[in-house]
Design a protein around this ligand. Sequence first.
Ligand code: HEM
Length: 409
Amino acid sequence: MAASVSPPTFDPLDPAFVADPRPAYHRVRAHAPIAWSEEKRAWIVTGHPEYLAIARDPRFSMNMKDWEHYDPSVAPENDRLRRLNENSMSMSMDKHDRIRKIVNVAFRPRSVAKLLPLIERTLDELVEPCRPTGRIDLVADVAGPFPTRVISRMIGIEPNSAREGRFKELADDVIAVFSPLLSGVERRRAEASQEELLKLIDQVILEHEGVARDDLLSMLLEAESDGKSLSRDELISLVYVLILGGTETTANSFVLGVLEMLRNPDQLELFRTRPELRSSAVMELLRTQFPGFFITRYATEDVEVAGIAIGRGQGLLVSVHAANCDPRVFPDPDRLDITRDGRELQEVFGSGRHFCLGANLARLELSAAYAKVFDTLPNLRLAVPESELRYHENVAVRSLEALPLEFSS
Ligand code: HEM
């Protein structure tokens, strides 16, 4: 049965909400873990069991075309962009499982572990130039370029080349496309960047054809599932999804995680002195400081979840962050406790068939990045009062504009 009264409202653009959305999530969850919001025209999901039930149920789709309010006029007119959506594994469910099977191989723990030298080299390149100054802006100097460089090098773009620089600029522009605050001019620029990025990816694929190399693209060009390899359009969409899924999320998790550790010196001490806690620290920081707000789903038929009737075509805004701070599953949920153990910590990366493809890579990148800053920058501290930190206005990701830090050089 649907709750008749709307839940307490919140504004994803309110700086206080962005800095810490958990108090608002707790209020909404106390109203109902699945609550219909007239204002957002969607179910707001903040409970952990409810999140899992929805994420694991194939009757909920990621495709906006399944939404009752879908407006076909917002679909891209541009042919290349339309093909991008049609060939995306997240948007096209008939393609999803085949593409995932192919690409999963490259993201298994054993394949990802081989990337550690590349990840560490990339971190050295970014952090070491700052060392003599004793100051670092973690956002601009490290977190921003770090995951994009890793992905571009994984797909075989030459390190420190002009093309690598352009790839980073275009990836940044493309991510901005998701902000509803863009002016018409900014949106056109972002769309032009999207076009250029797709062309660049296409060109890199072309260069890989027939010349096998030891990188992700060569592996994807050769791999097949059920006797079928990836088409050119599927491959372009896939690389594009890796950029969208794997750059901002990792960069912002890292920045928010470092800030949260600096707020909790007892936990930082544990991190430094008990190496066996490092992998759970990565997950606990993601749980408490999740870098995003909502994942979306659309009911493809009438479905009942936890006694709530969700009608076909209705939209759901599912907060992974809220679910992972549900006190029914995590006692004292807002407290950072890197000794916390539990299978549930995995669920910061989603669940079910859309479970994060890059989870192993993200964990490796984050643990290497935390080790680099916490182990090698002595006496690390904020260079400004926390009240001066500013968050970006963006409904998709929680991100700081800058995180100025000082350390003993
Ligand atoms: C800390 C960093 C990251 C976080 C917190 C994160 C989180 C998530 C979550 C919650 C989902 C599920 C979305 C849903 O169910 O709607 C997801 C899916 C996905 N992620 Fe990540 N992610 C991270 C890093 C990465 C990286 C590094 C990559 C790739 C290089 C990546 C690629 C993807 C892809 C492709 C999907 C869609 C999978 C599918 O539809 O089957 N992510 N991620």
